[in-house]
Each structure stands twice: as C-alpha cells, then as structure tokens.
Design a binder for this molecule. Structure first.
Ligand code: BGC
Length: 765
C-alpha cells in the first residue's frame, strides 16, 4: 500500500501489480461507480474511467442526465428488435450479426460495456419484462444468448450477461426471494447462463436484484463464487444491477466486484472501514479492483481509433432481423401473402404509430422509425391501401370510440382484405411492474369484431412484448401474424412479410396458452410476503403443457411459412459428445424460406422426474423451392444430463433416448431411439438408503447375495427377495432400520460393513 501522494511505483500493466501500487482508498474507489454510468478512474496510476450503458437491443448512451429507467434521452442509436423478437428467429448466426452491429455502435460511442443480453427464463407470461428476454426454454436462451455475446465481444466491446439469476418477475424485484429447488434452479434457470459463461466468457456478468432461496444475488457466495467462478470458470467481473447492493462488504467478499451506480462514496468507505477493522481482508478488495482494471484495459484497446458505423446498413439489418422474427401463427386459404392487385384496408393505430420496443432501462432513441402503413403503401401502391385507426392506443374507449369503430368497419367492407393491427399499449408492459392479465384491450377486440363482421377476410397483426390471449378471435380470422416488438424497422419488416417479399420463418420461443389460468406459474406468481415459490419446478413453458397433455393455443416452436417442408431419413447416433442427428428436409412449396428444424430428446426410462421432451438442438436453414438439404445437428451430451441432488452434479443416465425431430414441439415428424451410455456415477449408499435402492445398486446387491449364501438364518431378507409382493412393501425401508430385526441375520455392523464395501472406490461391476 502507498500513501497515494506520488505516482505509483510501477510501470507494469499487470492488473495485480498495478493494484498493488494503489492506496486502499483508491482500490476501494475503483470498485464503485463514479456516477450513473462511469467507473472511477485513478489518474496518477493511468487508470481511466470507463462507460457502461444499456442495452440490450441498442446503445442507450445518455449525455445529459442519467437514469436507469429510460426516462432521460439518449443519443440516437439503432433500435434492433428486442429479445422477444430475436428469440423467435431461432437463428444464432443472425443474432450474432446483431451482436456485431451493437458492438460497432457501442464502440463508436466509446461505450466499454453494453449491459446485455438479458437471458432470464420467461417463467410467467405476466412478467412485465418478458420482452427483454429470449424464451421460456434454456436451450434457446443459451444458444441465442451465446450468439449475441460472441458477436458483441468480437468488436472488442464487453457484454454484461444479466440478470444473474432467477430474476423472473418485476413485482418486488429488489427484495423478493425466488425460492427454487436445486433441480429447476440448475436445469432451467441457471442453464442458459452456464452455457453462455462457459462458451463465451462474457467480460462481465450482472447480478440480479432479487434474493435466491433467501440470499441476495449481490452477496451470494454460492452463486457468484462456487457456481459462477468455481464450477463454470468465469474469469470476468461481476457488476451489480443498478442499486442491487444490499451489504457492500458481504457483497465484495462473495464476489461482487463492481457496485453500480455510484453510492456517493458510501460503498468504498464501508470497504475501507471493514479492512481497517479487520472484518475484511484487503486481498478481497485487491481482487475486485484488479478485475476492474482488467476490464478497463480491455476497453483501452479500443480507445481513440475513430470508430463509426453505417446507419443505413444497421437499419437494413434491423429490418432483416425483424422480418425473420415475425411468427405466422395461422394462414388459412393462403390469405397471406396479400395479392398484389387487391384492395387492402389497414386498420388499427399501431399500423401508423408502431409499438416497437418496451419501456424501462432498455428504451432506445432510434435513428429512424418505420411504420407498417407507409411501408404497405409503398409496396402495394398508396391507392390500394385505405387506413382507419380503429382505436386510440393509450386512451381506450374514448368519446370517439364508436365513430372510430364504424369507420374501421366501413373501410373493411370496401376492401378485399382487412389487416388489423392490434397490440398492447406501452403502459401495460414495462420494466418495474408485472402485467395483470394477458387479454388484449376490450376496445381493440370490439373493433376486430366489427371488422370481421364487415369482412371475414381479416388478417390480425399483433404488437406485444409478452404473450396475449388469442382465444377470443383465433378461430374467427383466417390469418394471424405475431409481430412481437420488432425494433425501429419493424413496420417495413411487417409489410415485407404481409406482401410476401419475405416468407415468414419465426417460431414461438414461448407457448401461447388458451388462458392465463392454464399457465405453469398461475398459482405461484408473483408470490407474497417477500417470497415467490417456484412450485411448478422443472415444468416451465412447454414442459408443463406436455407433462399434463394440455392443449394450447399455439405450441412452443410453432410458426408457418409461405411454403411447406418435408422431413425424412432421420438418423441418430450416439457419440462421445452426445448425439449426432442427421435428416433431409425438402422445400416442397413455391418459395425459398428458412425452416427451423427442432430436435427434442427424452429418456422415458429415467429414474428421476423429467420433462416429456426437451429441446436440445435446432437449426434455421434456408432452403430453395424443390431443394433438399441434408441437415446435421448435434445434441451435446451435457444437455442430456439432469442435476442429481444426491451427488451434487450433472448426470447422464444410461438408456434408450428418444430423439424427435419436427417443426414444433407438437409437430414432430420423425423419431429415432438411440442407446446412450451413462456416466460412471454411483450414488453412495448409506444406512438410510432403502432396500430398493440397495438392491438396484449392482455392487451392493451382488454383495448381499454373496453374504446370504454364506450366512445361515437370513430368513427375512431371503423371503423379501423371493416374494415380489413383500419386496414391493419393504422396498422403501431404510436398510439400516432392519438391522437386528428378528430373523434378518444381519447386525447393524454387518450392514454398515456391506455398505462400506459397496461404496469402496475399487468396488466395480
Ligand atoms: C435494470 C438493468 C439495467 C440497469 C441500468 C436496472 O434497473 O434492471 O437491466 O441494465 O438498470 O439501467
């Protein structure tokens, strides 16, 4: 430690050495923000501050006042489709390109860290921030989250993977304890994070506001130390979500390196006091400060290089991605694409005033903004496209509601096809609070009724960040496009799909249920008294509906094209790394399009509770009309594993795995069975192991048989083993409890000896 009055006695760029030359106060200061978005610099040591900004689907760099709620303005940046749309592309290459573009914009604005992507699982359809997350499924979230981080970090800009972890609701988000059993925690909520961290090493991870099983993420040694760094090998820096720090001293000890935003010096002062009083080792502060320095050095490699980006090219990319995100849910009688010569009535204010992103910290100030009405007029000819707003978005049911509805019906009846833009008002879904229903506003549904009555050839186009209920009209309209929130070029992308310039290829990364009451977390969301219990366990999203054989409005993975695909010649082969899946897909229709081929695996003979099927691989493949493509997909061995709470580790069970391949989780076209060798993991036996467990353990059961042959008078055991009814009844008896029972012939010592012998490392089969 030095007194700080002189330049540090090192020219080293080694972060540890550099930190070693700083005063305790300087080191502590480095671990906290200077203001809302900048870190603290130490000028005499040549450590500059760096800038962090939101994220995730654009660069929100604020120049005047700072805030983390999207209130004050930011510099213009491309508003790419938010995560809800990216998730629907099922296309890692496309998402990686978005990552690169985000990096270029961040670099041009001297942003060192872009705060994203957010990869929390959509546990409940009501989460107000679902628009900022990718999927209800960990494979989609993990694979696309990895792609985004890969693209972003390839430009030298650092990612911040968030919100780690189990931040699945907005209600009480700064305090609530997400109470989750270890299996769903590992297999659903942490799995995507694990994949991105292990595969991509994001430079930073942002810890969440909430508690997990009672402990704040910001001071959770298990989460930040044992799991993130210990098990997954994370080498970067952990930053707090803005204001997530509860106890700064406990936090830094647990592995929270950087507190954001500034705490006005309070955080660093607490660290200094704790070190001085002996409550905290100085080495812990050094460790965090060195990680900050390493992050600063990463950013310095980009400094002063005069970066810029091509705004038009980024707008075009935003349009391409948006058009690939739109999900064609229904298209009876080929109502879509719209015939070139037809007369169209465009109805709904959203066509003119698009809803293209969600509210809160991710709010981007776009460089441009397309709307679908202008784009349709441009593509089809203004004279063929009539417009009626139908309703006003934020003031439902105003005085003019009847007149607007009548005007819409009249426009519809004068057209060949009506295209009705419905959606959620911005005020209904946002960071900071959850939704209360999944219904569309009543006034919009009333307009739709009037339009359908006037012209049954009606197409519905939806703008919504979270799932909405379609049941009130899904059977009464021939076509539905789920447009989510599509970013600044969403309007023209929607027109591209409606007119057939692009064949839609988006797939649902989340199930659309019939009713809110059908959803997995319905009875356990958003919790009460500071706790939310994840009672549905592993059965999140489609895993829930499949396990209950429940019908849904549209299943996970669903989405139509303007063409058709044929699947054949499936082969599935077990390899050392998992399962190699091959098949041939032919485009049997008239247009080139992307097909999203989905692979689901399951182990019907599993000894633990498992989902009926889980998505373990997918590919989005462009196929020309008449073309057949041989497609190869790899199911990673680790994705066949479950988390075993007895051995505290991942286990691949041996057995015949079912491999199903198809176009959605409920449109499975091909099936194969493949035998997979299990991991050499044995659950250690104890005196508490049941007779059933002991007998199922091959080593122990052989030992028992041998012991019985040698000993006289083990009548009880013998009769249990030879009588299936008796065996079933006694199966659940802990073996230690029957020691000494009359007639067993086994003493407690003998049973303990047998267990020890069975557990011995050399005891193999
Ligand atoms: C959000 C984060 C965001 C941060 C900074 C928080 O309220 O949860 O996602 O990155 O603010 O704006």
């Amino acid at each position: 430690m030095t007194d700080g009055s002189t330049p540090p006695k090192t020219n080293s760029s080694d972060p540890e050495e550099l930190v070693g030359s700083l005063t305790l106060e300087e080191k502590a200061a480095l671990t906290s923000g200077a203001d809302f978005w900048n870190t603290v610099g130490v000028e005499r040591a040549g450590i500059p501050p760096i800038l962090l900004t939101d994220g995730p689907h654009g660069v929100r760099k604020q120049v005047a006042a700072g805030d983390h709620l999207g209130l004050a303005d930011s510099v213009p940046a491309t508003c790419f489709p938010p995560a809800v749309a990216l998730g629907s592309t099922f296309d890692p290459e496309l998402v990686e390109r978005v990552g690169v573009a985000l990096g270029e914009e961040a670099r041009a604005e001297s942003v060192a860290v872009l705060l994203g992507p957010g990869i929390n699982i959509k546990r409940s359809v009501l989460c107000g921030r679902n628009f900022e997350y990718l999927s209800e499924d960990p494979a989609v979230s993990g694979i696309l989250g990895s792609a985004l981080v890969r693209g972003l970090q390839s430009t030298g800009v650092s990612a911040s993977l968030k919100h780690f972890a189990a931040n699945n609701q907005e209600t009480d988000r700064l305090r609530v304890s997400a109470d989750i059993d270890e299996r769903p925690l590992r297999e659903i909520y942490l799995r995507a994070f694990q994949r991105v961290v292990v595969g991509e090493q994001p430079a930073t991870v942002m810890c969440s506001y909430n508690r997990i099983n009672g402990v704040y993420s910001s001071e959770n040694e298990w989460l930040l130390g044992q799991v993130l760094r210990g098990e997954w090998g994370f080498e970067g820096l952990v930053v707090s979500d803005w204001g997530a720090v509860n106890d700064r001293v406990a936090g830094i000890a647990a592995g929270l390196d950087l507190e954001m935003p500034s705490s006005g010096g309070a955080g660093p002062a607490k660290l200094v006091a704790a070190v001085r009083s002996g409550a905290l080792e100085e080495a812990v502060v050094d460790r965090a400060a060195a990680r900050v320095v390493r992050l600063v050095q990463r950013a310095e490699r980009l400094a002063g290089t005069g970066w810029d980006y091509d705004r038009d090219a980024h707008h075009r990319l935003a349009r391409e991605v948006a058009s690939r995100s739109i999900v064609l849910l229904k298209n009876e009688d080929d109502v879509l694409p719209l015939a070139q010569e037809s007369r169209i009535a465009v109805i709904g204010e959203f066509a003119r005033t698009p809803r293209y992103q969600g509210a809160g910290s991710s709010l981007i100030n776009p460089t441009r903004l397309d709307n679908a009405l202008d784009a349709l007029r441009e593509q089809l000819g203004a004279e063929r496209v009539a417009f009626a707003p139908g309703f006003s978005i934020e003031t439902a049911g105003g005085d003019d509601a009847d007149a607007l509805r009548a005007e819409a019906a009249a426009a519809a009846s004068a057209a060949d096809t009506a295209v009705v833009f419905l959606g959620l008002p911005a005020s209904e879904e946002s960071e900071g609070f959850d939704r209360e229903t999944i219904g569309l506003p009543d006034d919009q549904l009333a307009v739709l009724d009037a339009v359908v009555a006037a012209n049954p050839r009606t197409v519905v186009v939806l703008s919504n960040g979270g799932v909405v209920q379609l049941a009130p009209f899904a059977d009464r309209v021939p076509a539905i496009l789920e447009g989510w929130l599509l970013g600044q070029a969403g309007g023209s992308a929607t027109a591209d799909v409606l007119t057939g310039r692009t064949s839609p290829s988006g797939r649902l990364a989340e199930t659309i249920p019939f009713r809110l009451e059908d959803t997995p977390a319905y009875l356990g969301f958003p919790g009460e008294s500071g706790h939310v219990r994840y009672g549905e366990g592993l059965f999140v999203g489609y895993r829930w509906y499949d396990a209950r054989d429940a019908d849904v409005q549209y299943p996970f993975g669903h989405g139509l094209n303007y063409t058709t695909f044929d699947y054949r010649d499936l082969s599935a082969v077990a390899t050392e790394d998992g399962i190699l899946v091959r098949l041939t897909v032919t485009n049997t229709g008239p247009r080139a399009a992307h097909e999203v081929v989905q692979v689901y695996t399951s182990l019907p003979s599993s000894t633990v509770s498992r989902a009926r099927r889980e998505l373990t691989a997918f590919a989005s493949v462009l196929i020309e009309p008449g073309e057949s493509r041989e497609i190869e997909l790899r199911v990673r061995r680790e994705d066949l594993a479950y988390w075993d709470i007895r051995t505290n580790g991942w286990v691949v069970e041996p057995g015949a795995y079912t491999v199903e391949v198809g176009a959605s989780s409920r449109d499975l076209r091909l099936r194969a069975i493949v035998e997979v060798a299990g991991d050499a993991v044995r659950v250690p036996l104890t005196l508490d192991s049941t007779i059933g467990e002991v007998l199922r353990d091959p080593v122990a059961s052989t030992l028992i048989q041998q012991t019985m042959q040698q000993s006289v008078g083990s009548d009880t055991i013998a009769s249990i083993l030879s009588d299936p009814g008796m065996l079933r009844m006694m199966e659940s008896f802990p073996i230690g409890r029957i020691a000494g029972f009359p007639g067993t012939g086994f003493t407690e010592e003998q049973i303990a000896g047998l267990i020890a012998a069975a557990n011995a490392p050399q005891a193999t089969l």
